[in-house]
Design a protein around this ligand. Structure first.
Ligand SMILES: *Cc1c(COP(=O)(O)O)cnc(C)c1O
Length: 375
């Protein structure tokens, strides 16, 4: 009634969750295979996460970035520990903010060197967020329509096509930004060979390689960071979604020598990395690390069972899986919901599965039974 109707909402009211299950206001139970779009990595009401959040709420919710913040320091150390080289971290509150930060760092990196290399190459069907920098980086008309003019300086290439990258490269290009698996774009995987060539190209031309790990990061693909599964070494990665397990938090991890681009006063966030968010995220990060072998195993099993269904092409890695049905899949989502399975349809025809990282094979079996009935 009083809400702006910018979302197409499904007719269900979830009021409670436990593990991989959600419950609506009538007490009906649902198997959650979307996790708030890759957010609730530990499932719902994880006792350790609940404990951390409640404990911190009793002590101190927020402290300004005018002051020291030991929770940020502790979390940053955990995030850098998983990075391929020495790194530094900036905290914000969402994926789009993390990407804005990455874009600002890339631009200022070159400005500081007195070079006019402000342009960034991004990829068709990518998704980087809704604020102007991130939206301009998002090479999809359906998100940009009506909001032009976009921010200057983005050139769009085609995923898995090195020639298209070389075509849009100019002497003003300073960075390349991409997802190793495009999430919103339809669970489109980068070919390992393409990423290797892209990394080589970046090194040859001195370009910064930015990997948007907002969806692929923090265990989703079976690796702590999605890029680790491809053997590349990005200069900057951006994180959000699963990082807080449901508490809003975003982060940017950069190679140590890039950290000096953001000198005091050049960038900031009021809420970014507040104690509540950091305590939640610390719990998530430490628990996800132990879940990685299981994410791979259950992910493989899920893929195999989906392939057996024979209802389309199966895509993705770990617990970031798509089923390209070839036709509009909105009906399937509604029917699944009726039968107590929460899934999502992206890019029009790709059923997307993003279960909590704690999901087990028996839950996969339950989901497959429901999908079998519908497809
Ligand atoms: C969801 C998403 C974003 C945007 O994150 P918000 O928290 O909604 O701003 C950016 N990049 C990728 C890859 C995403 O999946």
């Amino acid at each position: 009634m009083y809400l702006i109707e910018n979302y197409t909402r499904l007719p269900v009211r979830f009021v409670r969750g436990e593990g991989v299950y959600l419950y609506d206001d009538k007490g009906k139970r649902y198997l959650d295979f979307i996790s708030g779009i890759a957010v609730c990595s530990l499932g719902h009401a994880d006792p350790d996460l609940v404990e951390a959040v409640c404990d911190q709420a009793k002590k101190l919710l927020h402290v300004s970035n005018l002051f020291e913040n030991p929770w940020q320091e502790e979390l940053a150390e955990e995030l850098v520990r998983e990075f391929w080289t020495e790194g530094r971290v900036f905290f914000c509150n969402s994926g789009t903010e993390a990407n804005e930060t990455a874009i600002k760092i890339a631009r200022k990196f070159w400005r500081d060197r007195g070079e006019d290399r402000y342009r960034i190459i991004t990829f068709r069907n990518g998704f980087h967020g809704r604020t102007y920098g991130s939206l301009s980086a998002t090479a999809q008309e359906r998100f940009q329509d009506g909001f032009q003019p976009m921010l200057e300086g983005f050139d769009y290439a085609v995923l898995n096509d090195m020639e298209s990258v070389k075509e849009v490269f100019t002497d003003k290009t300073g960075a390349v930004m991409l997802e190793v698996i495009q999430g919103e774009g339809g669970v489109n995987e980068c070919e390992p060979g393409f990423l290797k060539s892209l990394q080589e190209f970046c090194r040859e031309k001195g370009l910064l390689l930015i990997v948007d790990e907002v969806q692929t990061g923090i265990g989703r693909t079976g690796y702590f960071y999605g890029y680790q599964g491809y053997g590349i070494e990005p200069d900057i990665i951006t994180l959000a979604k699963g990082l807080g397990g449901g508490v809003p938090v975003g982060a940017v991890v950069v190679r140590k020598d890039l950290a000096k681009v953001l000198t005091p006063g050049t960038h900031g966030s009021t809420f970014g990395g507040n104690p509540l968010a950091c305590r939640a995220s610390l719990t998530v990060v430490r628990k996800v690390r132990k879940l990685l072998p299981r994410v791979r195993e259950v992910g493989e099993y899920f893929r195999k069972r989906l392939e057996e269904l024979g209802a389309g092409r199966v895509k993705g890695r770990g617990l970031m899986i798509g089923l390209d049905t070839g036709t509009n899949c909105r009906e399937v989502v509604l029917k699944a919901l009726e039968r107590g399975l929460v899934i999502n349809c992206t890019a029009g025809k790709v059923l997307r599965f993003l279960p909590p990282l704690i999901v087990e094979k028996e839950h996969v079996d339950q989901a497959i039974e429901i999908l079998k009935e519908i497809l």
